[in-house]
Design a protein around this ligand. Structure first.
Ligand code: ADP
Ligand code: ASP
Ligand code: MG
Length: 420
């Protein structure tokens, strides 16, 4: 029996299992798709299961709302962005509830706040503090399917917040933990986690299972299929979950604790992050405390910095150096503003930004016990004529920053070299 089948079999042994299902943007992308979701939920409901459905905004809606705001102001207030973006998911919870009513299933929709999701006050990337899903329990006990708006919460002071792009995954995993769900299913537009994005490499292989750590690295390195913070949360609270398709009944990918057999594979997956930007401060005085000033200010402004590279010093007198870092593209304007504010205090010469970069990464727990992986990666890229701009490594991953225009070509070559 496959892992997936046995996992689902386990869950079905519970009578009245509590199941959390999350449907992403494409899965609720139009009214037919929403009816399709309702039909799938109805099947589980007919078995007597208690079901909590988490939905995203219809595909394109969140991007459309962001565009509207940016047409008015390049750097809109983050509180108002949360107020705006939270409306996307509120449309789909109501539409999904209506679709369920139409086929005779009692259902009630809830905002993140009504579902008891309490967050900190960091607008646009809030962290969940706690969940008190009292209203969810009450509605489930009354026989309802409960439909919760993904991606949103509320501070203790009643401010609406959002959980970062892709945050409906986090809503689902966190609710599964809080409700002690028997099963957590993430329904999306691919039928599982693949060795790389199947849209870039059509012969990418579907994984029947993957460890939390590998999924976490792949997700934070650009594999959009899961939001990285949701995987971090799942690992912390031991939430085993399945990524599967809302468009067919194929078994998906189980994400769970690492097992011994997983170490046999050197490279589990390849990811490409197109959402990073690079900032270089040229001619920074090379003396103690300068880097601290720069990165403390960026941190205070909640800019998520990823790779950092400092060049060797040059010049006479007080030596100067160049410092480059990467950050999420949507944070670039904010980062530039912070850096400009430091010009006098730090005394750098100029700032250069680059948006046309891609970060390619290979990930695998097997890298801990295999040598020669970096050499093979660099050789593969060299053979493709791809120049490496920045490098960073951890025990289970190697990342390189390259020219965005060569990103997909590089992913294809690296996938062929390591996975086939
Ligand atoms: P949803 O709207 O359901 O949350 P997303 O668009 O966020 O879905 O994520 C699904 C997409 O992730 C897929 O369409 C696929 O192109 C992309 N993706 C990137 N890397 C991978 C991977 N390794 N395995 C599967 N899908 C991936
Ligand atoms: N609608 C939000 C986004 O597009 C959250 C999600 O889809 O998970 O990022
Ligand atoms: Mg997503």
């Amino acid at each position: 029996m496959s892992v997936t089948a046995s996992f689902i079999g386990e869950a079905q042994k519970f009578c009245m299992a509590l199941i959390v299902q999350k449907y992403g943007g494409t899965s609720v992308g139009n009214t037919d798709r929403i009816k399709n979701v309702a039909a799938r939920v109805a099947k589980y409901h007919a078995q007597g299961d208690k079901i909590v459905v988490v939905v995203s905004a219809m595909s394109g809606v969140t991007d459309g709302l962001i565009k509207l705001a940016k047409d008015i102001a390049p750097l809109p207030s983050e509180r108002e962005m949360d107020m705006l973006l939270a409306t996307g998911e509120q449309q789909t919870i109501a539409l999904t509830a209506i679709a369920l009513h139409t086929i005779g299933i009692p259902a009630v929709s809830m905002t993140g706040a009504q579902a008891g999701i309490v967050t900190d006050g960091v607008h646009t990337k809030a962290k969940i503090h706690n969940i008190t899903p009292q209203q969810v329990h009450t509605a489930l006990d009354a026989g309802n399917v409960v439909i919760v708006a993904g991606f949103q919460g509320e501070t203790a002071a009643g401010q609406i917040t959002t959980l970062g792009r892709g945050g409906s995954d986090l809503t689902a995993i966190a609710l599964a933990a809080a409700l002690k769900a028997d099963l957590c299913q993430i329904y999306t537009d691919v039928d599982g986690v693949y060795t790389t994005d199947p849209r870039i490499v059509p012969n990418a292989k579907k994984l029947s299972e993957i460890s939390y750590d590998e999924m976490l690295e792949l997700a934070s390195l650009g594999a959009k299929v899961m939001q990285s913070r949701s995987v971090e949360f799942a690992k912390k609270f031991g939430v085993v979950f399945e990524v599967r398709s809302s468009l067919n009944d194929n078994p998906g990918t189980i994400v769970k604790e690492e097992t011994k057999s997983m170490e046999g594979v050197v490279v589990r997956g390849v990811a490409l992050d197109k959402n990073q930007a690079k900032v270089t401060l040229v001619g920074v005085p090379d003396k103690p405390g300068v880097a601290a000033k720069i990165f403390k200010a960026l941190g205070d402004a909640t800019v998520n910095v990823d790779m950092i590279i400092q060049n060797i010093s040059h010049g006479t007198g007080t030596p100067a150096t160049d410092i480059s870092f990467t950050a999420d593209k949507p944070d670039l304007l904010k980062a530039q503003k912070v850096i400009e504010g430091l010009k006098k205090e730090v005394g750098y010469r100029e700032v250069i930004t680059a948006e046309k970069i891609g970060k390619l990464s290979i990930v695998g727990v097997g890298m801990k016990s295999h040598t020669g992986v970096a050499g093979k990666l660099f050789e593969t890229l060299a053979n493709e004529g791809v120049n490496i701009d920045m490098i960073s490594t951890s025990e289970i991953k190697i990342s390189v920053v390259i020219d965005l225009a060569k990103g997909e070509q590089a992913v294809k070559a690296v996938h062929a070299a390591f996975i086939g």
